[in-house]
Write a protein that binds this ligand. Structure first.
Ligand code: 0A1
Ligand code: ZN
Length: 881
């Protein structure tokens, strides 16, 4: 484990290394406890660099076994070798030389899951961000691009399959039960994209013919016997390949494209060149094992990793500060893909919900950082919602500002100009400036400045002058180490809506530049005057969520109701209803704190009923509209002095009020949505299931609700319905015979399938109430649970700490104590997973004072532990700062 050295990496310190590594030849002799790695590196001194410049290579916990330069042993006096660094004090005078390094690593004991490790007896690697240095000494930084040839030797019984990046070159027998294979990747790549897989795996094979007529062999490798479960992933892969050709003109470039699913993985998946490695959760699916949400995630992540082949691999990052160059852009691409494959409106709403749930709290708390950070202590902690999701929103805004055609021209220029480069955000912005002739320097602040901008907006209509005015003021809140902010360029899409939902015409506008329904906010204050406006319009703001900002709008409730029924922009219509629900929940929260029984406006309750039954709306959309804002969403909107129990009570009261008043409509609809056709994971079928399951949640609070949910559980013909019913029983009818029986039945049926048991852990970890901490503690001893497996840890501990507001924030602090101990236990094996878990307490300052004090104590107890990893120390210290 890398303990903290306190070193801070700074963007302004970037400089190219003195040396390059144009060629890397690796030989692995694989064995669980002592794998020999022989690296033959062609090293080249850069032009103009002094011959006396030492060569300093990165390592991480390595054991050096042999070192030679141009075939001759290096004398101990000519080098400095520690586990974490190798320095050749006086490299040869020749500009190019060959350095041979032999190291020994122990994949079986590698529980951090970085570098070379074993997952269920399969050898695999994870090198992003800095895992390659756990395999051999190297210039382990993304601007060192090298052509790799990889030879793997293994016992045939143990590892009949040997895969690496690029194309297969040769394979053969070595005698004594050993065999070998050689792979060659012709595309120069950074070390973080290196990958190797060796083991016994089953293969689902297919092929794809590219735009220019080349045939690519596709393989998805999974645990033997599970090949058919990879069918959906394969279909998603082929659709992704086709889409990237059509939407971005990007064709695949190798003869083979392989995906391997492993069961121990720190993240979702990894885009290694030609050999993507996936968390098996994002590959394996059929109707019996996966929910509709799982299918959608698989489609999105398969696409994401595939799209990285151009945005990430062909054009990579100059340094890790530029992470959003590949991640934000690739998320934008996968969002667009899913929008094209599914419903654009539904997808957009789901994206915004995710952004608000994960990125907004990050941006508004102690871990806030710019999309392109300037400082880091541990780069692993910057794979964040800000870099990924806000990074994607920034790319989306570029498209909004330039229009789809100019945006595409800019992207074409990016691929043309930077193919083969390790590029920067400045390079990225420049292609759009060059393609459009516009100055994007103020816009670029979205990359450089942290914090969620807020727009305060009010409107007036002067009928006599036929003038409608929007007064808009921007502010960007201070964030850690950035107290003063500059004014941003915010593209705010809007609509003026009149009777019957028709757009209200205007003759001219002044006070801001307004193009194609977008107000370009650049100054602190704009008075935007629309002339020729005869009737007072309702204003639809931030249509399609054109900018990732918060709005403080003085809007009459009547207008909000009007927009919730009539806004022609599906996102904004959803938003209007969601805002009404949020406002009602916040009022109810205050009433509950004041000891009162909350009351809700009848017209809100009726509107819920009419949305549910509105056949002009897609079922998936209706399901999203009816899903009440989550407890954490409500807490975020309240902002401070949070009492999670009162928020929970407010939410329950609203669910009960909506369900009671609309019982007949909901019941009728629930019955009419029952599955009649054979199962299909397509978006329309999934939408019907989503609506039916949302209705079940409401109906379960009505008399006979437990029986209804139990019937739903028993008659379910797919995992979506089964898991939804189980969650309803466990959450709404905790401890009831129906809930107990369903949990037991689920365990009996799926006890031996870890990915399905994750759902069982998740459902129990999110049961509201003070007792859940004890359930979670007990479940850590369940035979299906393991502290060493990231999926298990995230399902049980992660769900409890980040998705159970009343359980985790139990008033006596027990949730926090259990959490602190568990984070430290996880850290011993896997610092990266522990650090990510620890972010669950990032909003501790918004809690009410008693909980705040207890949360702080728990954080301090983590900070006070000895030998903390760099990963965890970084998160905990920033959280407490
Ligand atoms: N680049 C991957 C995400 C990823 C990052 C780090 C990892 O290990 C520490 C693994 C995967 C992606 O965006 O999909
Ligand atoms: Zn990515």
């Amino acid at each position: 484990m890398r303990t903290d050295t306190g070193q801070v990496f700074k963007l302004e310190d970037y400089r190219p290394n003195d040396y390059l590594i144009p060629q890397t030849d690796l030989t692995f002799r694989l064995s669980p406890d002592a794998t020999r790695v022989t690296a033959v590196l062609t090293i080249e001194r850069r032009d103009g660099v002094s011959v006396s410049a030492p060569l300093v290579l990165d390592g991480d916990g390595l054991t050096l076994k042999r070192i030679e330069i141009d075939g001759k042993k290096v004398k101990p006096a000519d080098l400095l070798a520690t586990p974490d660094q190798l320095t050749i004090l006086e490299p040869p005078v020749a500009r190019r030389f060959q350095l041979l390094i032999e190291t020994e690593v122990a994949p079986a004991g590698n529980e951090a899951l970085m570098g070379l490790y074993r997952s269920s007896h399969v050898y695999c690697t994870q090198c992003e961000a800095e895992g390659f240095r756990r395999i051999t000494y190297f210039l382990d930084r993304p601007d060192i691009l090298s052509v790799y040839t990889v030879r793997m030797e293994a016992m045939r019984d143990e590892a009949p399959l040997l895969l690496s990046n690029g194309n297969p070159l040769e394979k053969g027998d070595l005698g004594d039960g050993w065999h070998y294979a050689v792979w060659h990747d012709p595309f120069p790549k950074p070390s973080y994209l290196f990958a190797l897989v060796a083991g016994n795996l089953g293969r689902l094979a297919d092929s794809f013919v590219t735009l220019s007529g080349r045939t690519v062999e596709l393989g998805i490798y999974v645990e033997p016997g599970k090949e058919t479960l990879a069918g959906y992933a394969m279909d998603a892969l082929k659709r992704s390949m086709k889409w990237d050709e059509e939407a971005f003109g990007r064709e695949y470039d190798l003869d083979v494209f392989n995906i391997v699913a492993v069961s121990d993985f720190n993240m979702g998946a990894m885009e290694n060149k030609g050999l993507n490695i996936f968390n098996d959760k994002y590959v394996l699916a059929d109707r019996e094992t996966a929910t509709d949400a799982d299918f959608a995630n698989i489609e999105a992540i398969i696409a994401h990793e595939y799209f990285h082949n151009w945005t990430g691999n062909r054009i990579t990052c100059r340094d890790w500060f530029q992470l959003c160059l590949k991640e934000g852009l690739t998320v934008f691409r996968d969002h667009e893909f899913s929008a094209d494959q599914r419903s654009r409106a539904v997808k957009r709403i789901a994206e915004v919900r995710t952004l608000r749930a994960h990125q907004f709290p990050e941006d508004q708390g102690p871990l806030a950082h710019p999309v392109r950070p300037r400082r880091y202590r541990e780069i692993n902690n910057f794979y964040t919602a800000t870099v990924y999701e806000k990074g994607s929103e920034v790319v989306r805004m570029i498209r909004t500002i330039l229009g789809a055609d100019v945006f595409r021209a800019g992207m074409d220029l990016y691929f043309e100009r930077h193919d083969g480069d390790a590029a920067t955000i400045e390079d990225f912005i420049k292609v759009f400036e060059d393609a459009s002739g516009r100055d994007l320097s103020q816009f670029a602040l979205w990359y450089h400045q942290a914090g969620t901008p807020n727009l305060t907006i009010s409107s007036t209509h002067n009928p006599a002058a036929q003038e409608f005015t929007l007064e808009i003021e921007q502010s960007v809140p201070p964030t850690p180490s950035e107290s003063r902010k500059r004014l941003m360029h915010i593209p705010l899409a809007f609509g003026l809506i009149g009777a019957g939902g028709k757009p209200v015409p205007y003759s001219s506008v002044e006070g801001a530049s307004v193009e194609d329904g977008v107000i370009h906010i650049r100054k602190r204050r704009h008075m935007v005057r629309f002339s020729g406006v005869t009737e007072r319009p309702a204003v639809s703001l931030n249509r399609g969520f054109s900018a990732p900002v918060t709005l403080s709008v003085e809007q009459k409730a009547d207008d909000q109701f009007f927009l919730a029924r009539h806004d022609g922009d599906a996102f904004s219509r959803w938003q209007a209803f969601n805002t009404l629900l949020t406002d009602a929940l916040i009022s109810a929260f205050r009433e509950i704190l004041g000891g009162k029984q909350p009351a809700f406006a009848p017209r809100l309750i009726e509107l819920a009923g009419s949305i549910a039954g509105d056949e002009t709306l897609e079922p998936a959309y209706r399901a999203l509209a009816l899903a009440l804002p989550g407890e954490a969403d409500i807490a975020r909107d309240i902002g401070r002095n949070i009492d999670p129990d009162a928020i929970y009570a407010a939410r329950e009261a609203l669910a009960l009020a909506i369900g009671t008043a609309n019982r007949d409509v909901f019941s009728g609809l629930y019955l009419s949505l029952a599955d009649r056709e054979a199962f299909s994971p397509d978006a329309a079928s999934a939408g019907r299931r989503a609506l039916r399951n949302t209705l079940l949640d409401y109906l379960s609070l009505q008399p006979g609700g437990a029986e209804l949910a139990a019937g739903h559980f028993q008659s379910a013909t797919n995992m979506t319905d089964r898991a939804a019913a189980l969650a309803v029983l466990a959450h709404r009818h905790h401890g009831s015979p129906e809930a107990v029986e369903a949990l037991a039945a689920f365990e009996t049926t799926y006890g031996s399938d870890p990915l399905i048991m994750d759902k069982w852990f998740q459902i129990q970890a999110s049961v509201p109430g003070p007792q859940t901490v004890d359930t979670v503690k007990a479940l850590t001893n369940h035979p299906a649970f393991s502290m060493g497996n990231p999926n298990r840890v995230r399902s049980l501990i992660g769900t409890f700490s980040s998705a159970n507001q009343t359980g985790f924030h139990r008033a006596d602090g027990e949730g926090y104590w259990f959490f602190a101990q568990t984070v430290l236990e996880v850290e011993k094996r896997n610092p990266q997973v522990a650090a990510r878990l620890a972010t669950a307490l990032r909003s501790w300052r918004s809690l009410e004072p008693l909980r705040q004090a207890k949360a702080r104590e728990a954080l301090l107890s983590i900070a006070g532990a000895e030998n903390l990893s760099a990963d965890l120390r970084d998160i905990v210290e920033r959280t407490l700062a």
